[in-house]
Design a protein around this ligand. Sequence first.
Ligand code: IMP
Ligand code: MG
Length: 190
Amino acid sequence: MSASSVQKTTEFTNTNLEILYSAEQIAARVRELGAQIARDYAEKDLIVIGVLKGSCIFMADLIRATDLPLAIDFMSVSSYKDGTKSTGDVEILKDLSQPIRGKDVIVVEDIVDTGLTLFRLMEILGSRGANSIKIASLLDKPEPRIKKELKIDYCGFQIPNKFVVGYGLDVAGRYRNLPFIGVVVNPTMA
Ligand code: IMP
Ligand code: MG
């Protein structure tokens, strides 16, 4: 291959992605959220619960920005869909590995869209005797919200009603490893 050959785009430089938040912008916001959580949860018995898989990257960074003793756990749920619409029914695919009775819980999500999944998950966790349960979501997409009463206590960014990927978020399993959050320009293009 000659040195003058056109440089190929890669997964991270895919021209079908428009950057919404850069890795640096995300890191700065996550640091702020971690500092806020550290102030709010000093002296508390904190357990941070990640909702798999989308929250994994945000959670990994958030807990490292939270300078407190804390424990972590994970849940995996699948939302039942009626065609393409979420019905609000969730099936627990992987439950917590420990009780949360008496603990102060933060549930970490990638994005709250209709809010149906998280609302139901909060009902399920709410019946387990935790001292408190709050929500941290990297992204909040308020426009399609059905469960308007759902309160996001720690929110990274509010975004417009667009489909976003990266930093944990996927489309059909792809793009979770992007270091930034992007909008897929043409969803029919690979
Ligand atoms: P909802 O709030 O019950 O509608 O569902 C939220 C879930 O849908 C999130 O946890 C994501 O897995 C997925 N989701 C919603 N909007 C997006 C998006 O823009 N990109 C990637 N996944 C999304
Ligand atoms: Mg999710």
